[in-house]
Ligand binder design. Structure first.
Ligand code: NAP
Length: 287
C-alpha cells in the first residue's frame, strides 16, 4: 500500500487553513496543522482534531526555533514532509506614513520570514528524496498594490519574488513551488486586520481618514459580494497539492484571474491612472 503523504499547513484555526485541514482529512494524507497558541484549545476541540491522521501543533510562525522543532518532530513521528503549505498570514490596513518599524517587522515576519524559514527546514529532505511541494498562499495584493495596504503588499511581493527564485532552484530536484493567489473572499478575515500603533492613537483626527474609511468600506463590500469562499480557495490549493505538474502561479479566486489579465494587458501608465481614478471617494482624499 502506498504511504500516506505528509502535509504541513500553517494557520489552521480559521479561514482557508481550517478548510484545508477538513479537505485533507477526507483524503489519505497525514496532516500537521499548526495554529497560534491562543487558538490551540478551540481547534483541538474540533472533531477533526481527534483523527489519528491529524496532528495539531501550536506555532507562531515567527518562533523560528519552534518551527524547526515541529518539522523534526514530524519527521520522527511520521516521516519527512511531502507538502508544505504556508497559509498563515496577517494583514495591516495602514498608509505608509502611519506604519512604525515594529508594525512593518510584524507584517514582514509573519507573511515572509516565517514561511521562508519553514521552507528552508523542509527543503533538505525533499531534495534528498527528489520530491516535494511548497505551496505559498500569496494574494492579489502580491501582484497589485493598493492604498492602505503597502506593507501587506510588500510582504506578499517578497513572497512572490522568493517563490519565483525557488521555482528555478528546486525544479532540478523535482520539487514544485506554487503561489496560490486569492483575491476577495467572502469571509470574516477583514475583521482581523491589524492597525498600526499610530493609526490607533490618531482615530478620527488624521489627514488620512478618508483613505481609511473609503478603502475599508470598499474592501468589505467586495468581500461580502464575492462568490468565492475560504472553502473554494482551499479546494484550489488541494488541487495544486495533487496536480502532477502544478504551475508557479495559480489564481485562487475568479477576480484574481481578472486582475491578473488587467495587470498584464494594460500599459502601466494607463493601469495606474485608471486605478487611481476608480479609487473609492478619491475626490475627498487629501482635502
Ligand atoms: N481572506 C482573504 O480575502 C485573503 C485574500 C488574499 C490572500 N489571503 C491569504 O490567505 C491566507 C489565509 O488567510 P485567511 O483568509 O484564511 O485568514 P484568517 O482566517 O485570518 O486565517 C489566517 C490564519 O493564520 C493564523 N495566524 C495569524 N498570525 C499567525 C502567526 N504569527 N503564526 C501562525 N499563525 C498565524 C491565524 O490564526 P488565528 O486565527 O489564531 O489568528 C489563522 O489561523 C493568508 O496568507 C492571507 O494573506 C486571504
Amino acid at each position: 500500500m502506498e504511504k500516506s503523504k505528509i502535509v504541513l499547513i500553517t494557520g489552521c484555526s480559521s479561514g482557508i487553513g481550517k478548510e484545508l485541514l477538513s479537505i485533507f482529512n477526507r483524503s489519505p494524507y497525514k496532516v500537521v496543522g499548526t495554529t497560534l497558541p491562543e487558538s490551540f484549545e478551540t481547534l483541538s476541540k474540533d472533531p477533526m482534531a481527534s483523527s489519528d491522521r491529524i496532528w495539531i501543533r501550536r506555532l507562531n510562525v515567527v518562533d523560528y526555533e519552534k518551527a524547526s522543532r515541529i518539522v523534526r518532530e514530524t519527521e520522527e513521528k511520521w516521516g519527512a514532509i511531502d507538502i508544505l503549505i504556508n497559509n498563515a498570514g496577517i494583514s495591516y490596513r495602514s498608509v505608509v506614513e502611519d506604519m512604525g518599524v515594529e508594525d512593518e517587522q510584524t507584517q514582514i515576519q509573519v507573511n515572509y520570514l516565517g514561511p521562508m524559514h519553514l521552507i528552508r527546514e523542509c527543503i533538505p529532505s525533499m531534495r534528498e528524496r527528489r520530491s516535494g511541494r511548497i505551496i505559498n498562499i500569496s494574494s492579489v495584493g502580491g501582484m497589485m498594490a493598493m492604498p492602505t495596504m503597502a506593507s501587506y503588499s510588500a510582504s506578499k511581493f517578497a513572497l512572490e519574488g522568493a517563490s519565483e527564485s525557488l521555482w528555478y532552484e528546486l525544479k532540478p530536484w523535482n520539487i514544485h513551488v506554487t503561489l496560490v493567489r486569492p483575491g476577495f473572499i467572502n469571509s470574516l478575515a477583514f475583521r482581523k486586520v491589524f492597525y498600526s500603533k499610530k493609526r490607533q492613537e490618531s482615530q478620527g483626527a488624521s489627514p488620512y481618514d478618508p483613505h481609511y474609511e473609503n478603502m475599508t468600506q470598499f474592501v468589505e463590500k467586495l468581500m461580502r459580494k464575492s462568490p468565492c469562499t475560504s472553502e473554494s480557495v482551499a479546494r484550489v490549493i488541494f488541487k495544486v497539492a495533487q496536480a502532477r505538474k502544478p504551475r508557479l502561479r495559480v489564481p485562487g479566486t475568479i477576480d484574481a484571474r481578472v486582475f491578473y489579465f488587467i495587470r498584464r494587458l494594460l500599459p502601466r501608465l494607463l493601469y495606474h491612472k485608471l486605478l487611481y481614478h476608480f479609487l473609492p471617494g478619491i475626490r475627498q482624499w487629501g482635502k
